[in-house]
Write a protein that binds this ligand. Structure first.
Ligand SMILES: Nc1ncnc2c1ncn2[C@@H]1O[C@H](COP(=O)(O)OP(=O)(O)OP(=O)(O)O)[C@@H](O)[C@H]1O
Length: 227
């Protein structure tokens, strides 16, 4: 992989079924970078994220994500690629029938963690990072929307990912809480995890000026600006 890149796409065509959504995508994102992904509804943001997390296969071109060659990625490799990725989506997707601790425990066990002590420590550690150590025994419904989204971010950090992919992570939150969530993601990027965040929220982008990638008319534009 070139230099510090954790996402490297070269001349990639992105298809949904037979429909070419994005053509000739060239994208390089380094370790620790924080990048916004913008574009109108239907412009291909989610499709691009799906290429990165191995949900869609690349047609033409080459891609390397966190050391995985997308051309050679077999179905059985996808879970290993996903462990290098933290995925944060708009709907919180916490398991509603168990505590925050059990939600995190579930993910660790599903990804091969066995040692009880290490599991406990890791859970405390990620909750500390998102400022929710004291909520460990709460049920999801006892938390506010912003707190639930923080738990989702904590969950995404469990396996120490190279990249966090966030698709509209503030879509259900009020402006102030949205800003807190994005600040948290920015802070996480500063400790070395790249963050690629799809958003329609220009207010947030203005508050936290960062590199912007834009999907428009089938093309991905790098270093885009907003009005
Ligand atoms: N599963 C699918 N099968 C066929 N076409 C799809 C599928 N998913 C998305 N598309 C099409 O691919 C194009 C890009 O969709 P995509 O979801 O990537 O856009 P988006 O920029 O993420 O939109 P939004 O902001 O609404 O989430 C659209 O034309 C959409 O209709």
């Amino acid at each position: 992989m070139a230099g510090n890149a954790v996402i490297n796409l070269k001349n990639v065509d992105v298809f949904q079924q037979k429909h070419l959504v994005l053509s000739d995508v060239n994208l390089n994102i380094d370790k620790g970078e924080f990048v916004f992904l913008i574009g109108q509804t239907g412009s291909g943001k989610s499709s691009l994220l799906k290429i990165i997390y191995g949900e869609l296969h690349i047609g033409n071109g080459e891609g390397e994500i966190a050391g995985f060659d997308l051309k050679k990625l077999a179905e059985r490799d996808v879970p290993y690629l996903r462990r290098k990725l933290g995925i944060v989506f708009q709907d919180f997707q916490l398991l509603t029938d168990r505590t925050i601790e059990k939600n995190l425990d579930f993910v660790l066990k599903a990804t091969g963690w066995k040692d009880k002590k290490l599991i406990e420590e890791r859970i405390k550690d990620v909750l500390e990072k998102v400022g929710l150590r004291s909520k460990i025994r709460k049920m999801p419904h006892e938390l506010s929307g912003g707190e639930q989204q923080r738990v989702v971010i904590a969950r995404s950090l469990l396996n120490n990912p190279d990249i966090i992919l966030a698709d509209e992570p503030t879509g259900n939150l009020d402006p102030e809480t949205s800003e807190e969530i994005v600040l948290l993601l920015k802070q996480i990027s500063q400790s070395g995890t790249a963050v690629l965040m799809a958003t329609h929220d220009y207010h947030i982008i203005r508050t936290l000026p960062s590199r912007i990638i834009k999907c428009e008319a089938g093309i991905v534009h790098d270093d885009a600006t907003i009005n």
